[in-house]
Design a protein around this ligand. Structure first.
Ligand code: NDP
Length: 332
């Protein structure tokens, strides 16, 4: 069994030399426990932001989809797949039903996914899928006919939020980092508009894409673009502050932009959230997303990296925007 241990805090982009790979023996299973072998590991933006809160050295955190290879638990038989917050490691012993270590992915048995890969347990049928589902429905609360703007729109969460928005009868506008991603959002996922935030004037884009202004903003990136979008909202607009990736790699202090007047005069509701708020309703989100998937109303793309040794390259690649949809690592 192998695992990644973080030995240095990230400075700028994560580096291989911030980690060491450690070998471990696998102990015998106790009653109620399962042994799993990682099939897909997740790389997520929170990893870049969160590690600052851990005392080093520490086992690297993260979600994975793993195959049960030994079991002393009736409901978790050998051969089935689970998703869980096991960290960057090849083998894990866990006890379904017991309180889990904190994290963003509760230990769940994956449903039968038919023709789809089990890696969806890290994407549309896992943590990002539920972030999109609950974040949009419970924080933005969009009504049919309203306009939703999404930043980070071609990523795992953003591409999913936009499709739910379309399923709910809204006008959906995305911002993403390449023209190719924008084309994909419009042509494949049905977004009404998508703009390359690196090459477009944000105000002009909003004028063109949102003639009725913005009712809901699903914010994945923070920073200047978010202030601009919030100043373009309708009265009583709702902002779901999901992430702030534009500042995760930034060592310097975040720039301060004055957006409070927009919040006051438009009476905006601005709410940050963490998806684990809805752990008690996890299945509801998974089932809703699974139904949309099976009805052809939810499409997905993945950026698959290969090999346990390439975790850091995958993390950095995702932070740089190499992915459309969810970034995952196939372990073998
Ligand atoms: P993504 O799949 O969206 O991958 C990250 C993407 O961020 C990249 O593909 C890149 O796309 C974009 N990006 C990178 N740097 C910047 C930048 N400086 N400005 C704007 N965009 C940038 O990741 P996720 O879907 O997993 O996560 C999206 C956001 O949601 C993150 O902020 C994450 O922290 C947050 N999140 C929050 C959760 C919660 O519980 N609150 C749970 C899950 C995610 P591009 O080419 O478009 O730049």
């Amino acid at each position: 069994s192998q695992k990644y241990v973080l030995t240095k805090y990230f400075q700028g982009e994560p580096k291989k030399s911030d980690f060491k790979i450690v070998e471990e023996d696998i102990p015998d299973l106790q009653e109620g426990e399962i042994l799993t072998e990682a099939e897909y590991l997740s790389v997520d933006p929170y990893m870049r932001a969160y590690m600052i809160g851990y005392k080093l050295p520490t086992d690297m955190i993260g979600g994975q989809v793993a195959k049960i290879i030994a079991s002393r638990h009736d409901k978790f038989p050998v051969g089935k797949y689970v998703a869980g917050q096991f960290g960057w490691r090849t083998h894990t012993i866990s006890k379904p039903g017991a309180p889990q270590k904190s994290g963003f992915l509760p230990l769940t048995l994956l449903p039968d996914l038919g023709p789809h890969p089990v890696s969806l347990g890290l994407g549309v049928l896992g943590m990002p899928g539920n972030t999109a589902y609950f974040g949009l429905k419970e924080i933005c609360k969009p009504k049919a006919g309203e306009t939703i703007v999404i930043t980070g729109a071609a990523g795992a969460v953003g591409s999913h939020v936009g499709q739910i928005g379309k399923n709910m009868g809204c006008r959906v506008i995305g911002f993403a980092g390449t023209d190719e991603k924008c084309n994909y959002l419009i042509k494949e996922l049905g977004f009404d508009h998508a703009f390359n935030y690196k090459t477009t004037n944000i105000r002009s884009a909003l004028k063109e894409g949102a003639p009725n202004k913005v009712d809901c903003y699903f914010d994945n990136v923070g920073g200047e673009i978010s202030s601009t979008i919030m100043s373009y909202m309708n009265h009583y607009g709702r902002v779901a502050v999901c992430g702030s990736i534009s500042s995760y790699n930034d060592a310097t202090l975040p720039k301060v932009t004055i957006l409070q007047p927009a919040i006051v005069f438009k009476e905006l509701k601005v709410e940050g959230f963490l998806v684990n708020r809805w752990f008690n309703k996890w299945e509801e989100g998974i089932n809703a997303n699974l139904n949309w998937l099976q009805d052809g109303k939810l499409k997905y793309q993945e950026k698959v990296y290969h090999g346990f040794d390439n975790m850091v390259d995958a993390l950095v690649g995702m932070l740089r925007g190499e992915n459309t949809g969810k970034a995952v690592v196939k372990v073998k």
